[in-house]
Design a protein around this ligand. Structure first.
Ligand code: HEC
Ligand code: HEC
Ligand code: HEC
Ligand code: HEC
Ligand code: HEC
Length: 393
């Protein structure tokens, strides 16, 4: 129910309650009942997710004819110029830019006009980088390297075989909300669409796959159904989670994204399932690599993801090294079955996930890890591992 309908409804119920109250003894009951109703409805209203849909002048983001005094209005990102250039061809949905052009900044700023989250900077954003990391590290520019992140079309050239396809790729995997992933990997990675991560992956075209989401976006918590692109975590169709409103520009153990996990790799709505829609063999879900590829308990064949601490060796969480990881640590965060943006407690129900070790876009480190696993110093190399494996130092 939107606010307008809600107010009309309140007015109507108030009218009925007052009309009925008359002068009898029942008036006090009616009034009481009305107050209870009002209270319950207010509770519902405040429990609804807040809106994060785009605001601002239409012309900030759209151009009607892609022409003003005969000059093209659209600007698009050019990897050779590492910046925006005039774009004579019009964009779908009359947009002034592609996904990358809007989500790019020529400096190090990571939240720009119209509250746009930036995922590609022309200069090293350092600690300003948002939660997903920053494609600066895998761009064609001087700061970029192929092995530090996803190589997205128009940000960097496609890598040569076998890294032109997702490592661990599994054909035709089941997607959340229905549909199947591609039967073979036939394209460079894109932001959205079948060969991208965002939007409905059942739809090939990038803009079509996300159509309508920007104007309906809500800041979701884990109660969101994730049955539309706009109410899914970060437009990742079918994935649940709790969205930090500044995408972790400021981040701490009590101010962070809440990642959806599953204690025994069964659900399709987790962030690890999203990664494994492409890297299928790294996830034990039966739709994906399954336990044949990952294992189903210690000793594991591949590092577990979507696996809670309470399932560790001998089901002895209390006696395990993981019991010493008690406070949410943004270096190696955990997922939860009902995550929030302020969970600070790590306990037996906390879940290891792909993003415990990786960033989603790119990072300053080898294999888009959250810390420098390739560092010369063992302390640095293991710094993230030891957040969980507390006795392995
Ligand atoms: C801050 C950027 C931004 C502003 C401001 C903006 N839009 Fe959009 N709009 C988008 C993006 C991005 C898309 C395409 C992706 C999508 O649909 O999520 C879009 C898609 C649309 C669509 C097609 C999808 C839908 O939701 O129906 C319409 C119509 C639209 N915009 C109209 C408007 C109008 C009218 C205004 C001004 C009142 C406006 N937009 C302002 C960014 C913006
Ligand atoms: C015209 C500029 C524009 C274009 C084009 C555009 N975006 Fe956005 N995008 C925005 C703005 C502004 C926001 C912030 C909306 C808000 O306040 O939550 C946003 C937010 C997002 C978010 C974060 C949503 C969340 O829940 O936090 C994602 C993901 C995203 N865009 C992906 C895309 C993809 C993929 C495309 C291309 C298909 C695209 N955008 C095209 C302007 C744009
Ligand atoms: C839509 C498909 C898709 C999804 C979803 C996806 N990836 Fe990838 N990933 C790829 C492709 C394609 C490559 C190989 C080419 C490249 O590096 O971009 C790759 C490469 C990688 C690499 C190696 C990078 C390198 O440069 O050596 C890592 C690590 C990785 N992905 C992790 C993840 C994680 C973590 C997630 C979830 C947040 C994820 N991927 C989601 C397609 C995907
Ligand atoms: C977010 C927590 C977390 C992080 C970070 C983490 N691990 Fe793990 N790891 C686990 C859990 C939980 C298991 C499963 C243990 C079990 O089943 O007894 C595990 C299992 C393993 C195993 C297999 C053990 C077995 O019993 O088969 C190895 C090896 C391992 N991790 C190494 C690493 C390394 C190396 C790193 C750093 C690159 C790392 N882990 C980071 C939580 C984590
Ligand atoms: C415990 C930490 C940890 C977790 C959890 C983890 N990874 Fe990794 N991942 C690594 C490390 C470290 C590497 C570097 C290569 C190596 O040491 O095996 C890596 C490498 C990769 C690669 C590159 C492989 C290649 O051939 O270059 C991909 C893709 C990848 N991970 C995806 C995932 C996905 C998807 C998940 C979740 C299902 C995941 N990772 C969970 C630590 C982790």
């Amino acid at each position: 129910m939107n606010n307008e309908k809600f107010i009309t409804f309140i007015e109507f119920t108030g009218f009925i309650a007052l009309k009925k109250s008359g002068n009898s003894k029942s008036s006090i009951y009616s009034l009481n009942a009305f107050c209870c109703l009002l209270y319950a409805l207010c509770f519902l209203l405040f429990a609804m997710p807040s809106e994060a849909k785009v605001t601002g002048a239409c012309s900030d983001c759209h151009t009607m004819h892609n022409s003003q005094r005969g000059q093209a209005m659209a600007r698009d990102y050019s990897s050779t110029d590492a910046g925006l250039v005039e774009d004579a061809s019009p964009n779908p949905a009359l947009l002034i830019s592609s996904c990358i052009g809007c989500h790019f900044n020529s400096g190090t700023t990571t939240i720009t006009a119209n509250n746009t989250p930036v995922v590609l900077n022309a200069h090293d954003p350092g600690s300003s980088a948002l939660a997903g990391g920053n494609f600066y590290y895998s761009s064609a520019g001087p700061g970029g390297a192929y092995d530090k992140g996803h190589n997205v079309k128009n940000i960097s050239p496609q890598e040569s075989s076998p890294m032109d396809a997702p490592p661990g790729f599994k054909a035709g995997v089941e997607l959340p909300n229905g549909g199947t992933g591609p039967a073979s990997w036939a394209s460079q990675l894109t932001c959205a669409g079948t060969y991208g991560c965002h939007g409905n992956r059942g739809i090939a075209d990038e803009v079509k796959s996300i159509f309508g989401a920007h104007h309906q976006n809500v800041d979701i918590d884990s109660s969101s159904d994730a049955d539309k692109v706009y109410n899914s975590y970060r437009f990742l169709y079918g994935i649940k989670g709790a969205e930090d409103i500044d995408w972790e520009k400021t981040v701490s153990g009590i101010d962070h994204n809440g990642y959806q996990g599953d204690s025994l790799y069964g659900s399709m709505n987790t962030i690890s399932y999203l990664c494994s829609e492409c890297h299928g063999n790294y996830h034990a879900n039966t739709n994906l690599g399954g336990s044949g590829s990952v294992g189903d308990g210690t000793p594991w064949l591949r590092h577990p993801a979507d696996f809670a601490f309470n399932g560790v060796r001998g089901n002895n969480y209390a006696g395990s090294e993981y019991a010493s990881y008690t406070t949410y640590n943004v270096i190696a965060p955990v997922a939860e079955s009902s995550p929030t943006t302020s969970d600070s407690v790590v306990n037996s129900g906390s879940i290891v996930m792909c993003l415990s070790c990786h960033r989603a876009h790119a990072s300053p480190y080898f294999k888009m890890l959250r810390w420098d696993y390739k560092a010369g110093s063992l302390g640095t190399a293991l710094s993230g591992c030891m957040v969980c494996h507390t006795s392995k130092n």
